[in-house]
Structure formats: C-alpha cells, structure tokens
Design a protein. Structure first.
Length: 239
C-alpha cells in the first residue's frame, strides 16, 4: 500500500510541546470539560482557541451548545444531555526557528523559520447507545466508528474509518489508548481509510490519530497538522 505524501511529512514535524498535544472531552464533576494534553498530561490552554462545538441528540438532531471560556481551559454546556458531541480547537500557525524552537507564529513573522504549519485539533465523543451520527463536516479530521462503540466491549475490535476533509485516508496510524499509551500504534488504515482498533478500557476510551497535509501557495505555512480523537465508555456506568 502506497503511503500518501502528506503522511510522509509526519516525521518532519515530530516535536514536543503544543504540536504534540491532543484534544478530547471528559465528564468531570458534572461538567463536560475540554482536555488539551498528551497522554497523562492535562495542560492549560487559551480557551479562545476553541473554534467550534456541536452537540446532537440520539436521532442526530442538533442541540444548542455554548462554550464556557474559563481562565485556563474551556467547558462545554449543551442545552440538554447530548448523545454525540464534537469540538474543534484552532491552535494557530507554528514556525520552527533554526535553533529548534517552535513559536506560535507563521513564517511571515518568523522569516528564518525552517518549518511552518497550522495545527488543528478535533474530537468526537459518543455518549449514548444507538446514537445516530450526524454529518461531521465541521471536523476536518474525524475517526468514524462503523458500529456502535458503546456496544463493542473491552478487548474486542471496533471497526473505524478515518476521514480527512471528508475523504478516507490510507496509512493513518491509530493509537488505541491515547491517554494510557500515547505512542503505541494499534492499527493502520487501509486504502479505504478503514481499520480495526481493540477497545482497551472499561472506562473512557480515547482513540486518536494525526496527519500532516501539505498546503500550497500560503505565505505562512507549508502544511496543516491535524489531530483527532474518538471517545466513548467501554462499559456503561453503574451507580
């Protein structure tokens, strides 16, 4: 299988800090919190970087949702309990200086940069069994489960499909447990963007993927860096 050129860029941009961070949501103290981190890390971020949030009921009908922008992170407040929730974070342009430092600016502001990209983070959470997935056009990269992930169970394979700009992408590495083992690849998508990822946890599962997509004729960047996560519970809660 031929690996798309955009994936070959991944090694060029391997770095620590903001570029390596992911995005997901968790329910904490009765609130849906947006989490920006890497593995077990849970870092502060500028809440104004949340560029959109979308909530839906079990039938796929949109539910109004507001973004509460707190001092160092964001909280999502849907009008009622959602069955499906998506969120996007625009992390801005980043440029690498000759001494290896990354700065949160495009190359027009860092003219001596050796690499430049604009990073975006996306997350899809599924809360209810039997939820109908709506069109997910707002998520420029998304891991779409092909069966209900809440009905699979720990230790069993979940078939998924990875879409980038609405199209399936081959050769994408999927991490089956982003929080517990963020560097452990569980599967790679085939020519149709499909893969099977083993459900790892009884509690929260965070499956993730990231790619770099070339950008032409842009004075600030040479690629887009996309991260996405799919979250769901491996088993239902019992009080």
């Amino acid at each position: 299988m031929r690996i798309p050129a955009c994936l070959l860029l991944a090694g060029l941009f391997a770095s620590s800090g903001a570029l390596a961070h992911g995005l997901w949501t968790e329910e904490r103290r009765g609130n849906i919190e947006v989490v920006y981190g890497h593995g077990a890390e849970d870092d502060a971020f500028k809440p104004e970087k949340i560029s959109g949030a979308w909530a839906y009921d079990a039938a796929g009908k949109m539910i109004p949702v507001t973004v509460e922008r707190l001092a160092d992170h964001a909280r999502l407040q849907p009008l009622k309990n959602p069955a499906v929730l998506g969120v996007a974070l625009d992390n801005g342009a980043w440029s690498k200086t000759p001494d290896g430092q990354w700065v949160n600016q495009g190359r027009s502001q860092v003219p001596n940069s050796t690499q430049s990209l604009h990073t975006y983070k996306y997350s899809l959470a599924i809360y209810a069994e039997g939820a109908k997935l709506p069109a997910l056009d707002q998520l420029k990269m998304v891991i779409v489960p092909e069966v209900d992930p809440l009905k699979v169970g720990p230790g069993k394979p979940l078939p998924v499909r990875v879409l980038v700009d609405g199209k399936p992408m081959a050769g994408v590495e999927l991490v089956g447990d982003y929080r517990g083992a963020p560097h452990q690849v569980s599967a790679v998508t085939d020519a149709e963007g499909r893969a099977q990822v083993t459900v790892r946890n009884e509690a929260l599962n965070i499956i993730s993927a990231s790619v770099y997509v070339p950008v032409e004729n842009d004075p600030n960047i040479e690629s887009r860096g996309l991260f996405t996560s799919l979250t769901f519970l491996g088993q239902p809660h019992h009080e």
